[in-house]
Every structure is written in structure tokens, then in C-alpha cells.
Write a protein that binds this ligand. Structure first.
Ligand code: SF4
Length: 323
């Protein structure tokens, strides 16, 4: 988060927000935006971690008001839990005088004892650890210990709307472990920024349209090959492919694509008869003339890449000549 904030960047991964930065870039960001970074800072990971640690510690010790999230909100005790690896979360929770915790309403779990399950699921699926190095639970204010004022903001922001969607509501079970991102072939090639939203990857492709409305993110459910790897790895068994298909249906119902419909109708005509299909394959050779600079609307494609090179002759013609 520090790297992202300093460089005014956006996170590309749920668990590792600066995954897209290498250590040379991180060194440059620290030198440019962190006045207390040592001028002889190297890109050695230990040196970078130490510089970040010293910088953050000074901030935590001098900050009056802190804002945090939480991984779980516990209904029977009123407690909140943050699970983390570095310890900076615990400093944020305990050192400032006032703590404001902003928590999505789907983070509520009924009982403290339910943490037994979730605190096993989360680290094992997120980082492969048996437990998180830091699990911090806070329940209101305790005299002479931690913040003097605690405010909890329960955030809806589209979650009630998502709950009303009978197929999509399962996305609210997500515990943000990012296992689905790590196995997704689309995420692996595009990275997280391509999703253009807070939550990238397969869970982002369903959660974002559910939270903001399909009309504001109609392309996201199509950012998937529907291979099912996300469903297989998800520790809370969210059937992401089924939700994706449902959201695709919502997207095309909300805004029909006339050009796409016309393309498929033309393809159906061409494929509907043997002669028509053979003629279409032969005429595909004409694409060679425009494969580097096609007329609109194909020009949007050829501005950045070439159209596929059609073979000099269709298979049927080649086969007929061999006989
Ligand atoms: S959808 Fe499942 S695998 Fe993906 S982040 Fe959420 S809990 Fe983890």
C-alpha cells in the first residue's frame, strides 16, 4: 500500500497491491517521494523494507487519526479483526488516538468462534501460510490501551443490491484471499490494472458489476475464458463461472449489441450451406489487403495489432488439388 500511495498508482492485486513493481522501481519511488529515505538506498529487498519500516513508524507515532478496514466483523462481541503479515496494520490500529474502521457489511460473521474456520482458510489460500503472522482483534475502547476513540462505519455501497441477485449474492462470501487471481489465465496475462476497478481478477469481474451495476461495468464478465480454475481454488466455493455467465446475460439484455448481432447473423448465414461457407473461406484471402490497416470498425483492432494472416488457400481447395 505504501508503494502504491507514494507513486499515486492503483493496486493490481488484492493481497500484493504493488505486484507490478520491481525492486528497482520501488527504490526510485522511495527516493523520489519519501524524504526520509537514505540517499544511498539500494534495491536490496532488506534495505527497501527497512526504509519503509522506519518511514511508517515515524508516521504512526505522530498520527492522531487513523483509518483502517477489517477482514471480519464479529456480531456477538462487536469486535473487528485485521489479519496481516507485516505488523503495520496493528500499529495503525493501536497507536493513533482516534481509529475509524470502515467495514463492508458482508464482513460480518455471527460468532467469535467462527474465526476458527476463517483464520485457517484465509492465510492458506492467500499466502500459503498456516496462519497469519498478525491477527489483531479490537473491541471498542480500553482505558490506557490503544485508541481513545473508535468509530465503526458499516459500508453498504451496493452490497444490499448484490445480495438481491440470487446468482450473484454468493460473491459476498469472498474473503479476499486472491487465490482466484493467482490461477486465472486472463489475470496472469493482463495484470490487475486492465480490470479498471478496485477488485481485479475473477472475483473483480463479478463483484464490480454486482456492486456498481452491470451498466457501469458491462465488459468485465467477458474477461474470462470460463475455464473454472477460480471456482476450483476458491476456499469459500464461489461458483464464479456461473455468475459470469449470468452477468453476461444481464449485460447483453441491458444493452443489445447491434453490430455484434449482425456479425453473428452473417456468420450463421455463411455457415448455413457448404457452398456459401467455401465461398466465404475463399474470400477471406481479401483480408490480406487490409490486415495492417483495416477500415472502420476493424481499424480499432489494426491500430495496435495485425489481423490474423489467412492461409493462401482453404483446406478444401488444397485437399481437392491433392486428389
Ligand atoms: S473469490 Fe474465492 S478465491 Fe477469489 S478472492 Fe474471493 S475467496 Fe479468494
Amino acid at each position: 500500500e505504501l508503494i502504491i500511495q507514494l507513486s499515486h498508482d492503483r493496486p493490481s492485486h488484492i493481497v500484493v497491491p504493488a505486484l507490478h513493481r520491481n525492486r528497482a522501481e520501488i527504490r526510485r519511488i522511495f527516493l523520489d517521494h519519501m524524504p526520509d529515505a537514505p540517499r544511498d538506498l539500494t534495491d536490496d529487498p532488506h534495505a527497501l523494507a527497512e526504509a519503509a519500516r522506519l518511514h511508517l513508524r515515524r508516521l504512526f507515532l505522530n498520527t492522531k487519526v487513523a483509518v483502517s478496514g477489517a477482514n471480519f466483523a464479529i456480531a456477538d462481541t462487536g469486535g473487528l479483526l485485521v489479519a496481516e503479515s507485516e505488523g503495520n496494520g496493528r500499529m495503525c490500529l493501536t497507536l493513533p488516538e482516534t481509529l475509524i474502521s470502515v467495514v463492508g457489511i458482508e464482513k460480518l460473521i455471527p460468532r467469535f468462534s467462527d474465526l476458527e474456520v476463517f483464520l485457517q482458510l484465509l492465510p492458506r489460500s492467500a499466502t500459503g501460510e498456516r496462519m497469519n503472522p498478525y491477527n489483531s482483534v479490537w473491541t471498542g475502547v480500553t482505558e490506557n490501551d490503544g485508541p481513545k476513540h473508535v468509530h465503526i462505519v458499516l459500508l453498504d455501497n451496493g452490497r444490499t443490491k448484490a445480495l438481491a441477485d440470487h446468482t450473484g449474492r454468493q460473491a459476498l462470501r469472498c474473503i479476499r484471499c486472491a487465490a482466484c487471481l493467482n490461477v486465472c489465465p486472463v489475470y496472469q496475462r493482463t495484470g490487475g490494472h486492465a480490470y479498471g476497478a478496485t477488485y481485479p481478477g475473477p472475483i473483480g469481474a463479478i463483484l464490480t458489476p454486482l456492486l456498481v451495476g452491470i451498466e457501469h461495468a458491462p465488459q468485465l464478465p467477458f474477461a474470462s475464458s470460463l475455464c473454472g480454475a477460480c471456482y476450483e481454488v476458491c476456499p469459500v466455493e464461489i461458483d464464479i463461472p456461473t455468475v459470469l455467465v449470468k452477468l453476461r446475460h444481464d449485460a447483453v439484455t441491458a444493452k443489445p449489441h447491434k453490430a455484434q448481432d449482425a456479425t453473428f447473423a452473417a456468420a450463421a448465414q455463411a455457415m448455413g450451406g457448404r457452398r456459401r461457407w467455401t465461398a466465404a473461406l475463399r474470400s477471406a484471402r481479401l483480408l490480406r489487403l487490409v490486415r495492417h490497416a483495416a477500415p472502420p470498425p476493424l481499424s480499432r483492432w489494426t491500430r495496435t495489432r495485425d489481423l490474423p494472416d489467412p492461409p493462401p488457400q482453404p483446406l478444401r481447395d488444397w485437399w481437392a488439388k491433392r486428389k
